[in-house]
Design a protein. Structure first.
Length: 368
């Protein structure tokens, strides 16, 4: 039968065959009306056909499993939420009142008038179907809003990532630095997860991808730094270095204005922008955080940033070799990093730098 032609189901549950036949006669013209002589049979049917049921007509006193037992079972299995359930019974008023504890829609005493029963049940069914339709529409709207938010946040990340590359070009770089930071972060986090390193043990692939892309934005705050300071070939004065240090706060402010709650990538980026120059002993900037106050993502990006800065030529220095850069990091010449993190970094950085960035199994910046 075509799904559109299929009748909605009204479940009839009564141990007396004549009662079932009467109820079937009233409703079978417009509804599918399967009949059961006890609550257990009805429950077994309900488990497999819950989505088709729009109402239940239920007796209380039945063998094997009574009406209360059926109500307990569907509540226990979270079935028929919101579906109108009618107790049709000849029991006394005290027993009828007990049924309301199960949030039944109505209690109809036997004997009943067929026209009255038909009207009561069908009106409740229509209300239920309207409510279900509204819930479905709300669900579709929520999904559409989530899709648009995701699309919007992805556009934001693409724009900011392009801006990050532009800042690299502005400071005389080729864009290699931000891509290198991304790749080192990605590979190092995977290794840390493999080693069950603190919170890295619980990171998903999506978490690692998002942090790796957030790492691209670590120096986004340099957009606020004057060219004369950013590209100065000589040693910076204390005042100039103080200006350079503000790029951490400026970057976090920029991410915050865009909306850190619109994307997981931007949430990580906010933390990374603000804290990638903090150090494990509290002697970093801008807040002087230390130890476990620092997230693992900001620590990983921090050590990746230092390593790549050391091994790349800049307007103010020549490039150091891999061996010299690693020695400087291990001997705390660039600030004190988490010793456990440094130990893992030493073991994997050699393999990381051998891999071309485009060969890594993470989405490209353009297709993100």
């Amino acid at each position: 039968m075509n799904t559109q032609d299929r009748k909605d189901t009204i479940l009839i549950v009564d141990d007396i065959e004549m009662n079932r036949d009467i109820l079937d006669f009233i409703f079978n013209k417009d509804y599918h009306t399967p009949q059961f002589a006890n609550g257990l049979e009805a429950f077994n049917y309900t488990k497999d056909h819950a989505d088709e049921i729009v109402a239940v007509l239920l007796d209380i006193t039945m063998p094997v499993m009574d009406g209360y037992g059926y109500l307990e079972k569907i509540r226990e299995h979270n079935l028929l939420n919101g579906v109108p359930i009618f107790i049709i019974t000849a029991e006394d008023r005290d027993q009828q009142l007990e049924a309301f504890e199960y949030r039944v829609s109505d209690i109809i005493s036997k004997p009943f008038t067929p026209a009255f029963l038909l009207k009561r049940v069908t009106s409740q069914i229509e209300l239920y179907k309207i409510h279900r339709s509204l819930e479905y529409k709300n669900l579709l709207q929520e999904r559409e809003i989530a899709r648009k938010n995701k699309e919007f946040s992805e556009i934001n990340v693409k724009v900011i990532s392009t801006l990050a590359l532009a800042i690299e070009f502005r400071s005389g770089e080729t864009g290699k630095h931000v891509l290198s930071i991304r790749n080192i972060t990605y590979r190092l986090l995977h290794k840390l997860r493999e080693l069950q390193f603190h919170e890295c043990a619980f990171m998903s692939d999506e978490d690692i991808n998002n942090i790796a892309y957030a790492a691209i934005l670590h120096d986004i705050g340099k957009i606020a730094i004057p060219d004369a300071i950013l590209n100065k070939p000589g040693r910076l004065t204390k005042e100039e270095f103080d200006v350079i240090k503000t790029h951490t706060v400026r970057g976090a402010e920029l991410i915050e204005k865009i909306g850190i709650n619109t994307s997981d990538i931007l949430k990580y980026a906010y933390d990374i922008c603000l804290h990638h120059h903090e150090r494990y002993d509290g002697r970093g900037y801008p807040e002087g955080k230390k130890g476990d106050e620092l997230s693992i993502c900001s620590q990983v990006v921090g050590i990746a940033d230092v390593y790549d800065a050391l091994t790349q030529e800049r307007c103010y220095k020549k490039a150091f070799s891999h061996e010299v850069a690693l020695e400087m990091i291990c001997t705390n010449q660039c600030g004190f990093f988490n010793p456990e993190l440094v130990d893992v970094f030493k073991r994997v950085i050699g393999d990381i730098i051998k891999d071309d960035a485009h060969h890594l199994d993470i989405p490209s910046l353009v297709s993100m």
